[in-house]
Design a protein around this ligand. Structure first.
Ligand code: UD1
Ligand code: UDP
Length: 372
């Protein structure tokens, strides 16, 4: 069996890593294609090193550009690559431009698509990721959904239950496989200035490309009575610099800005934090996996299970609401205890194994084909 994987950004590398391990363990053929959307060493190559992954055979090298340029270049390059490689299935993960382009290109070439982390919906079409999810899911053949609730989103869109598999989320596999290594080997502890801190990540386009929202978030951060460690995404750094806000944060003694971290260092940082403050999808899931309460800087989430199980709250982007939500958790022992003991809804860490077995079963039964 020959499996093609298309990925382009940091979270896709992390969440596909357990699937890649499984493909290698079973001696199947892998064609790994990086779109090059993330290209800085600490946004891309470092994850291949940390997760001991083979380097991609292809790097399309799209770099930073408009979504239209990125997507159209990926699609036309994938036409050449996929025609040449004759893979049995293309796997994509999540909701980035690589996912939309990978799923669409494979579908047009009549190659079956397996969507890992399918079915998530924020029901907010202003988010570029929501459109990517909808397009990828309308092009897919096999849907690997993290929870039953996510599967229901697909059933509601008319997708057959026969192609939906509840497998948990591969982020749990990645987290569990690497946490001990991170605790043992990460050197980041020598760099962190504080004993108690909130781990902050921020990068969503709807927050960092919206001046008003970004200003509100920064006002809240600057006035928070807690220490913060902030590995900063390059997208966010650029937006903050444009508004002359980067220096303002840097000058705040309770905030430590650091470069984007590799996976092991980030796992160490978040696992030792009192709280995760984030607008990231993956960090919401990791916080719950590592028993760290999460406050999400958004008005909705395509990961509602993190809220219903009690491990995450939506604080929006208004300064007062952010401060109120954080204080309510950190100043209230029973709230803190209950949030940090929320049951992880994303499985036990065997998602990749399940995903590989399902693909293999379809392949062995000669049932890995696109139906139109
Ligand atoms: C992308 C995804 C988002 C995902 C995120 C993960 C889409 C539409 N967005 O957002 O869903 O949550 O990745 O981190 O696919 N940049 C660098 N170096 C890099 C990469 C980016 O400096 O290695 C800067 C560039 O200025 C670039 C900006 O960050 O213009 C935004 O990068 P882009 O890949 O467009 O979007 P992300 O915000 O990373
Ligand atoms: N992450 C990392 N280093 C960092 C920040 C995040 O390794 O400095 C990891 C984190 O462990 C998570 C993933 O990046 O698995 C989430 O990616 P991101 O927040 O960029 O995107 P999203 O999940 O929102 O699509």
């Amino acid at each position: 069996m020959k499996i093609g994987i298309v990925l382009g950004t940091r979270p896709e590398i992390i969440k596909m890593a357990p699937v890649i391990d499984e493909i290698k363990r079973n001696n199947s053929e892998l064609v790994l294609i990086h779109t090059g959307q993330h290209y800085d060493i600490n946004m891309s190559k470092q994850f291949f090193i940390d997760l001991d992954l083979p380097l991609p055979q292809y790097n399309i090298g799209i770099g930073s550009n408009t979504a239209i340029k990125q997507i159209s270049i990926i699609i036309s390059k994938l036409e050449e690559i996929l025609k040449k490689e004759e893979v049995d299935i293309v796997l994509v993960q999540g909701d980035t431009n690589a996912v939309l382009a990978g799923a669409l290109a494979a579908n047009k070439l009549k190659i079956p698509v397996g969507h890992v982390e399918a079915g998530l919906r924020s029901f907010d079409k202003n988010m570029p990721e929501e459109i990517n999810r909808l397009v990828a899911d309308s092009c897919s053949t096999l849907y690997f959904v993290p929870t039953k609730e996510t599967g229901i989103n697909l059933l509601n869109e008319g997708i057959s239950h026969k192609s939906i598999y509840v497998t948990g989320n591969t982020v749990v596999d990645a987290c569990k496989r690497n946490i001990n290594l991170a605790l043992k080997n990460s050197k980041i502890k020598d760099e962190i200035k504080f004993n108690n801190y909130i781990a902050l990540t921020l990068h969503r386009a709807e927050n960092v490309d919206d001046d008003e929202r970004l200003i509100n978030i920064v006002n809240s951060l600057i006035n928070l009575p807690y220490n913060i460690v902030f590995p900063i995404h390059p997208h966010t750094r650029k937006s903050l610099e444009k508004l002359d806000l980067y220096k303002k944060i840097e000058e705040s003694e309770h905030i430590q800005i650091i470069k984007p971290l590799g996976y092991l260092d980030f796992l160490y940082l978040i696992s030792q934090a009192t709280l995760a403050l984030t607008d990231s999808g993956g960090v919401q899931e990791e916080a719950i996996t590592l028993d760290v309460p999460c406050v999400t800087l958004r008005y909705n989430t395509e990961r509602p299970e993190t809220i219903t199980c009690g491990g995450n709250v939506l604080a929006g982007t208004e300064s007062e609401e952010i401060t109120r939500n954080i204080s309510n958790i950190l100043n209230n022992e029973s709230v803190y205890e209950s949030m940090s003991s929320a049951k992880n809804p994303y499985g036990d860490g065997d998602s990749a194994k399940q995903i590989y077995s399902i693909i293999e079963e379809h392949y062995n039964e000669n049932n890995l084909k696109i139906t139109r």
